[in-house]
Write a new protein. Structure first.
Length: 248
């Protein structure tokens, strides 16, 4: 469970306060669903790609697309039959929205340590138990992805490269034993996860039988850097909200 999306770098995005980044993440997500802002979603997506490029490098730009391309393909194929009018426009809007959400969260979790995410949620008033459950759920995504790749490579070694000669539908069929192995491996990890939660004090009882409350050992500082980063986040939000009036 130590797997995470975070990559250690010294970019401006990594130095940005995680609380300000969290507010920008929430604002950007809400922005994507505001009807009046739909024409400017491509601008937001282009901005996200630019931030990803300048902070993490050009090699990171296509990583979110590689992760979600099956979902994008399903949206492109299954959406048009359900809409008689403007099917192409609706499909394009859904594709842009889903891709933008993927870039938003990829940027945040790629540039923020998991421990600082927990402290950010705690700073906003979320109980320790809630913050821990959310971060464990989020951490499960890269954990399962790494498990899938390891099991798939093991199956490839056992097949001796025969999968390369299979037809496309046979390759899809060959994924069934891999996915079954991932599911079994994940189920076996439930007791270990439960013990990890118990070691962190969740559900623990004192000698008298009373429930033991967990305390926070660390906290994020409230300083001028936080104020500056919150101000920058506010200005970015105001600029994007003002786009419809600037172009009218």
């Amino acid at each position: 469970m130590k797997v995470s999306l975070f990559v250690r770098k010294d970019s401006y995005l990594h130095r940005f306060d995680p609380r300000a980044k969290f507010l920008l993440m929430i604002f950007s997500t809400v922005y994507l669903f505001l009807p009046v802002m739909q024409p400017f979603v491509p601008v937001l997506l282009a901005s996200l790609i630019l931030v990803l490029w300048t902070s993490l490098g050009l090699h990171e730009v296509l990583n979110p697309i590689r992760s979600i391309w099956p979902v994008l393909l399903m949206i492109a194929l299954l959406t048009p039959p359900f809409y008689a009018d403007d099917a192409c426009a609706i499909t394009a809007a859904l594709l842009l929205r889903f891709t933008s959400i993927s870039y938003i969260y990829y940027l945040y979790f790629r540039s923020t340590q998991m421990s600082r995410i927990i402290l950010t949620l705690r700073w906003f008033g979320l109980p320790y138990q809630g913050a821990l459950v959310i971060t464990i759920a989020i951490r499960f995504i890269p954990y399962l992805a790494e498990t899938f790749h390891q099991i798939r490579d093991a199956h490839k070694l056992r097949s001796g490269g025969l999968e390369q000669q299979l037809r496309p539908w046979k390759k899809v069929q060959s994924l069934i034993p891999v996915l079954t192995s991932v599911m079994i491996y994940s189920i076996k990890g439930i007791p270990m996860l439960s013990m990890s939660l118990e070691h962190r004090g969740l559900g623990a009882l004192s000698t008298s039988g009373a429930k033991v409350e967990r305390t926070a050992y660390k906290s994020l500082r409230n300083d001028t850097v936080l104020f500056t980063h919150l101000a920058v986040s506010g200005m970015i939000a105001v600029i994007f909200i003002s786009l419809p009036w600037l172009f009218n």
